[in-house]
Write a protein that binds this ligand. Structure first.
Ligand code: SAM
Length: 328
């Protein structure tokens, strides 16, 4: 292995969020505008061969965690084939998937056999009508069927990601706690971020999770805890149960000092920070026939430009690209 990938702030990059498409089969209010169709053409996406070349270069630089994401990754054809190719790369130890689970029932077994082990499923409401309103017409039963299929396939842990919004779904946090207790899922609560116009609109429903944590502590005894995964959640465990609750607080308590990741968009743009525009275009290099050493060199130079932190509070209008474009 070549020397590790470090940035100017002494952070080691060991985690890549890998977006395989910017397309999605839902239109969550805080993510994509209603009726949005202005997606990239598939010709712009990196092919599986190109993704594998990039990820081999990252693995040579010490990256050991990869999360497949999007857009909705299950809308990309043959995703299990890509997962198997990534799982086989020496050095990649942890392959996970973020999904809305709409199509998970069909793909759960194949993804598990391909080597995906950890799963994050977005779920903001357990009420069918509210779920449809938040997701632009999504069917809750499909997601629940997907979740049960994932559990049966053997995924562990399964974490539910709930974007908590004032006057939208804040009244469902306890129901979600009960649902996770019943099924052995972990719960992760997320603050809305001002990414894209939709994200900015949603911050009108912003709820500080420090407040939510205080409310939960009145109902449950919360003990400090940790969970496997390279992400930014801070966990507590509900005393007397196996339930872990994670708080992802980019706004009220940002976690940039411990950032260990970069994001590769479906078109080969490597974003160095979710909340900044600094990037490296890898597709031209790949299509010009770059060798692994060339990719390693380019990635190393890019990471040397990784910004210190996002400025969601100071400059909420800065990031115009939607979350689905960067890769969630
Ligand atoms: N489609 C997959 C899914 O649903 O998990 C992966 C991509 S999605 C963009 C990844 C995560 O980003 C989801 O949990 C979603 O809720 C979150 N997200 C999208 N826009 C957001 C925003 N403005 N603020 C906070 N979280 C957001």
């Amino acid at each position: 292995m070549t020397a590790r990938l470090t940035d100017p702030f002494q952070r080691t990059i060991e985690y890549v969020r890998l977006s395989v498409t910017d397309r999605c089969d839902l239109r969550c209010t805080y993510c994509l505008p209603e009726g949005f169709h202005d997606f990239q053409e598939p010709a712009a996406w990196l092919t599986f061969d190109e993704i594998e070349r990039v990820m081999r270069a990252f693995a040579a630089l010490g990256v050991r965690r990869v999360r497949l994401t999007g857009g909705e990754p299950l809308t990309r054809r043959d995703l299990p084939e890509l997962a198997a190719r990534l799982a086989a790369i020496p050095g990649i130890e942890d392959l996970s998937l973020s999904t809305n689970a709409v199509q998970l029932k069909r793909h759960a077994d194949a993804l598990f056999h391909a080597g995906v082990r950890r799963l994050n499923v977005s779920l903001d409401s357990l009420k069918p009508e509210r779920f449809a309103a938040i997701t632009g017409g999504g069917h809750l039963d499909k997601v629940l069927n997907g979740l049960m299929a994932a559990k049966a396939a053997g995924f562990a842990p399964i974490k539910l990601n709930m974007v908590v919004m004032r006057e939208t779904n804040e009244d469902e946090i306890e129901d979600m706690v009960c649902f996770c207790l019943e099924h052995g899922f972990a719960l992760r609560l997320i603050e809305t971020m001002p990414v894209g116009d939709t994200g900015r609109t949603a911050t009108g429903h912003y709820l500080d999770l420090q407040e939510v944590r205080r409310r939960l502590a009145e109902k449950f005894e919360l003990l400090p805890s940790v969970m496997p995964g390279g992400g930014p959640a801070r966990y507590v465990q509900v005393a007397g149960t196996d339930l872990k609750i994670g708080f992802i607080t980019p706004m009220s308590q940002h976690f940039c000092a411990t950032c260990n990741r970069v994001r590769l968009a479906a078109d080969g743009t490597l974003y160095l920070c979710l909340g900044q525009d600094d990037k490296l275009e890898l597709r031209p290099l790949l299509r010009a026939g770059a060798a692994e050493e060339d990719l390693i060199h380019a990635i190393r130079e890019a990471v040397a430009r990784k910004p210190e932190r996002h400025e969601f509070r100071e400059q909420p209008a800065k990031i115009v690209r939607f979350m689905a474009r960067t890769g969630g």
